[in-house]
Structures are given as C-alpha cells and as structure tokens.
Design a protein around this ligand. Structure first.
Ligand code: FES
Length: 66
C-alpha cells in the first residue's frame, strides 16, 4: 500500500528501511525521502517506523538463547 503518494513509497519500503536502519523516522525520511514533499504522509510513516521498532524489540525479548 502506498503511504507517500508524492514519492511513491509503500508501507513495505518504510518497514524495511526502519529494520535496516537505526529505526528512527529521521533516518527513514533521509534514506527514502518519505514526507519530504507535502508532508501529509508523515504521521502514517512515523506509525510504521514505531511499529517496526516495537516488533523488533519484541523479537529480541522472545529470543532466549539456550
Ligand atoms: S504524500 Fe508523502 S510527501 Fe506528500
């Protein structure tokens, strides 16, 4: 699903960038260019970055080495 229509950026691209980067919205914005034109996608993009960060934290908490 497209989140940023101005730059044609999808939710999958945002999640992937958040997982590969430091998980901050600023880093995702700089790497993809999301929310750099009209800015109307910023709230949704931030939600996706937060959800991605929360998901990877939960993965770390669930992983318990033997
Ligand atoms: S919709 Fe993302 S900058 Fe306009």
């Amino acid at each position: 699903m497209y989140v940023c229509l101005c730059k044609a950026i999808t939710d999958s691209q945002i999640k992937q960038a958040a997982d590969e980067g430091d998980g901050s919205f600023r880093a995702v914005r700089e790497s993809l260019g999301v929310a750099t034109v009209c800015g109307s996608c910023a709230c949704e993009a931030k939600k996706l970055v937060k959800a991605s960060a929360r998901s990877s934290t939960e993965d770390q908490l669930l992983y318990q080495p033997a």
